[in-house]
Design a binder for this molecule. Structure first.
Ligand code: PLP
Length: 313
């Protein structure tokens, strides 16, 4: 396996998309990081590549979307922000049959919980800005591949387009990586505690978390990963209530991004997914009642107390 460092997660994703030519067809999970939707609309369309978004957790829908010119399937699992789980092994078989590459964005899980290359992926993408560096203090991205030819291509693109990672950012990321295992365990156990608490709250309608047994992807995720990480989405009863919580959290910060020691609460419809067309957002469940919580490594009791006071305001 070879890994190339980039100046951001988006630079890494751009480099992998650079691999494709005019006329190529790419299938992406329909629930995914908003920046990829923008990349498809702004860059890939101009390049003459066609990008379709489908529910990759539904293998029949995925098979039906494969075309003669499909060159890649791009998957996030669990997905952002609805936490849908895609069967990486099954998708890798579909990709192989189609002669397409399977690319997996493993940002939410990190190598600590999930190893997509071992499950048949050809390329793994990481935004190192999140859990890998882990301190909300740097921006970086990575591409990993076990195919030397692909890795060499990505290295060429990295140096040719100048999307390389600076020495100080490399150092910050390497320092963060030393505590990855301890941090991930704490993010995960805090998240499970909070997800269970949220479920018992009257003002909470639905909790989306890969570690809850009633999540549709729970079993599949258990089979292919060693954990479920620290990302939770949930809906409350109204947009006003969602905005009220965002306004009143104190220990938790209302902000984008994820994967740092500090818990961050995000408003996906406004912050991370505004570039997803509104009908598509509604279909996916990214409504103005949905909040996404990146659970940090603080005391879980303090986090619950903060959510509770914000919900009662
Ligand atoms: C943040 C993120 C990206 C983009 O990474 P940057 O380092 O912010 O450019 C890609 N995928 C996922 C899942 C992310 O959370």
């Amino acid at each position: 396996c070879d890994t190339i460092a980039f100046s951001s997660g988006m630079a890494a994703i751009s480099a992998v998309f650079e691999y494709f030519r005019p006329g190529d067809h790419i299938i992406c999970s329909e629930d995914l990081y908003g920046g990829v939707v923008r990349l498809a609309a702004v860059v890939m369309s101009k390049k003459g590549c066609q990008v379709d978004f489908v529910d990759t957790s539904d293998l029949n829908a995925l098979k039906a979307a494969v075309k003669e010119n499909t060159r890649a399937i791009y998957v996030e699992t669990p997905s952002n922000p609805m936490m849908l789980v895609t069967d990486i092994r099954a998708v890798s078989r579909i990709a192989k049959e189609a002669g397409a590459l399977l690319i997996v964005d493993n940002t939410f899980m990190t190598p600590y919980f999930q190893n997509p290359l071992k499950l048949g992926a050809d390329v793994v993408v990481h935004s190192g800005t999140k859990y890998l560096s882990g301190h909300n203090d740097t921006v970086c991205g990575f591409l990993c591949s076990k195919e030397q030819k692909l890795a060499e291509y990505f290295r060429l693109i990295s140096k040719t387009t100048g999307a390389t990672l600076g020495p100080f950012e490399c150092w910050l990321c390497m320092r963060g990586l030393k505590t990855l295992a301890v941090r991930m365990e704490r993010h995960q156990s805090n998240a499970l505690t909070i997800a269970r608490w949220l479920k018992s709250q009257e003002c909470v309608e639905k909790v989306y978390f890969a570690g809850l047994e009633d999540n549709p992807g729970y079993e599949k995720n258990r089979e292919q990963a060693r954990g479920y990480s620290g990302m939770i989405s949930f809906t409350v009863k109204s947009a006003e209530q969602a905005q009220n919580i965002l306004k009143h959290v104190k220990l938790i910060t209302f902000a984008e991004s994820l994967g740092g020691p500090e818990s961050l609460l995000t408003y996906p419809a406004v912050q991370t997914h505004p570039d997803v067309p509104v009908e598509q957002r509604e279909k996916l469940g990214i409504t103005d009642k949905l909040l996404r919580l990146s659970v940090g490594i603080e005391d879980p009791g303090d986090l619950i107390a903060d959510l509770k006071q914000a919900m009662e305001r």
